[in-house]
Design a protein around this ligand. Sequence first.
Ligand code: G6P
Length: 605
Amino acid sequence: MCGIVGYVGPKDAAPILMEGLRRLEYRGYDSAGIALARANRLKLHKSQGKVQALEAILPERPKGHLGIAHTRWATHGEPSDINAHPHADGAGRVAVVHNGIIENAPELKSELEASGVVFTSETDTEVLSHLIARSDGERLEDAVRSALQRIQGAYGIAVIAGDQPDRIIVARNGSPVILGVGDREMFIASDAAALVRHTQQVVYLNDGEVATVTADGFETSTLDAAPVHKTPVEAPAALDDYDKGGHEHFMVKEIAEQPDTVRRMLQGRLDLRFNSAHFGGLNLTARELIDIERIKILGCGSAYIAGCNGAYVIEQLARIPASAEAASEFRYRNPVIEPNTLYIAVSQSGETLDTLMAVEEIKRKGGRVLGIINVVGSTIARACDGGLYLHAGPEIAVVSTKTFTSTLVGFALLGLYFGRIRDLAPTAGETLIRALQALPDQIQEILDDTSAIETAARFCARARDMYFIGRGLGFPVAQEGALKLKEVSYIHAEAYPASELKHGPLALVTPDTPVVAVLPDDALLDKNLSSVAEVHARKGPVIALTHPGVRCEAADHHVIVPKSVPELDPILIGVALQIMAYHCALILERDIDQPRNLAKSVTVE
Ligand code: G6P
């Protein structure tokens, strides 16, 4: 979603800011803008559309050693030049970029209008520009602090003023802001992706903190102006992590990284002595775990689907009743929080607002939440009582691939650990450990020969509608396959439990609706083959995702993936479905890394 970049130092700010905006493009946005301070005046340039469109309207060599810039994903007001950030006050003295939502903007706007302020945009952010400009605080940081005292809602902001052209003021409440420390220059951004080209030394702001950033350094304080001491830390990722590394798209790069990211997920977590798993940060003792009667998993999008898979795996291995729910639904239905239920929040970014709010609702009611999160130190990670990081490195493509896979591995590890505290036999634990250890090479095997997947993709790319079916543990991965395909190829795809096919969707099966069938060689294979036969009898083309030795006469295309144990089979089938979605999108020439209308992390409701 929205992204912030800022620079103050001896260099021309504009090229640095524009490069920073390009690094944030992956988050998804629909307009962009920049404000530069020069000769005690601010100059704003804003444009609907991509960063390229903004570049096209910039003067040839825009001057100024201080500036802020923004990519906006529309919430209040349509994507347009006027609604793009930065937003200035009427006199053009102050400029603000903002991620998040100001909830009391309508009341503040009425109040400001009553006193003569004229608004030019439809955004909530403009309220902040006027409040700061009208504040009697002498220094910019004082004016920002006093304006923020009146704001309700979530924000990460950066503010500059024409008459104080040596400083950027940043503040955070629920939306990330990071400072990058250079040599007599400072950078700010909402995401480390925009900083790592310039510096590895970063400072994270916490909620309720404000920073005054000048070329010589930074000062941090609370909203009440109490000083807060902070020291820079090493950035969690290197520049290479944000490059395509020779691949055509980030999506295919991230798919290809999976043997390594799975290895990293397993590193140090397998307990070969007790055929169990161990974790550094669960913050739960075995005694506490014995008392857990139920597990509830929450997340959004692919994280929710990974949770559906996780619930199956944990229930199978640990015999603890487990279920998953979309965090976005959970948080609004006044959920009952039970003392002996363990809640698990799943999020790649650690920023998804609905997931964060679900975690806060659980904690407010006295519940305990573990996180399965990729971004270290992210908001959700900090809100949880403990958990595990995926350590998958930055995921840049909007659709999640490597982090989906690592999350499934994380659930298998938790299932193993919870199971071994309860009734899972040591021999069963050992079998699972061996299967986990084999995963990276098996994923590599899929990556090494994608010809059958590409043939299936060529067939599917012609379709307008498709169905994905699976049963038991095969169903969540069918859901993820359908989600991935619709996100990147825009082909309409629905997932159904194979068992439900004849209760409705079969009415829509025709020779023009390919059906992707998840057919693992497991106890339910015969039942699954019957469902496929029903599709075939209606002349529906079938793409079978299956294992060596399985004969599916009814299938038009076979994609054979290596066999693991039933709990891990969806991981390998999932990788094949990612590759299929990628190739469909490639054939259809879609915007693979930034599908239309989607954002990488959804930080609004
Ligand atoms: C967005 C992304 C999805 C992602 C979901 C949850 O909708 O487009 O790919 O699965 O958010 O994101 P999270 O960062 O919480 O895993």
